[in-house]
Design a protein. Structure first.
Length: 189
């Protein structure tokens, strides 16, 4: 799994850059309307899901548990599409969709990070990103009545930190891949 992640480190980093861009846009303009927030979140969920699917497909031959990552990516794409095709969704429903997405994504990242512990140091970036995702989702469920401004700030802060952690993980994977070039190549029988 590590070899595959190291080969596609740039996919992890791009996911992080998308999260970081989404987070910063939200933080610098917290007065976003719910409609604009829906569109920003929908775009982010689509990009995140597409790259998660690409990571899963790239690892399907060597990774026996690649389908979990594929399902997470497909769920992200589905939620992204729902936000575009159902823009009239209420703020509270959007909050619960975002909360569910964050919790499911976070659990997947925690599991993947724990699996990486056996082979690299720095896996805590992915585990911490997963814990942050789960915590963010729980906060949204516990405090659904918070104002749109507070939710926008929570989303912006979450996406910014999450993006930084994924970029750090991508760079760590790139460094590992360069230090272990033979392990990063496909072997033929």
């Amino acid at each position: 799994m590590l070899t595959l992640l190291a080969r596609s480190w740039w996919l992890v980093a791009i996911r992080g850059a998308a999260a970081l861009a989404f987070g910063l846009l939200t933080l610098f303009n917290p007065a976003l309307t719910v409609a604009v927030l829906v569109l920003f979140f929908g775009a982010y969920a689509l990009v995140n899901g597409a790259f998660a699917i690409a990571e899963a497909v790239a690892s399907r031959r060597e990774e026996p548990n690649w389908t979990a990552h594929l399902v997470s990516g497909a769920l992200s794409v589905l939620i992204g599409l729902l936000t575009f095709f159902m823009p009239g969704v209420t703020g509270i429903v959007l909050l619960y969709l975002i909360a569910a997405w964050a919790i499911v994504t976070g659990i997947g990242e925690i599991v993947a990070g724990i699996r990486l512990r056996r082979v690299i140091t720095g896996e805590w970036f992915l585990i911490l990103a997963g814990v942050l995702s789960v915590g963010f989702g729980v906060l949204l469920i516990v405090y659904p009545g918070a104002g749109a401004l507070a939710v926008a700030l929570w989303i912006g802060a979450y996406a910014t930190v999450f993006g930084i952690l994924l970029i750090a993980l991508g760079l760590r994977l790139r460094k590992w891949g360069r230090a272990h070039p033979l392990e990063g190549t496909l072997r033929t029988a």
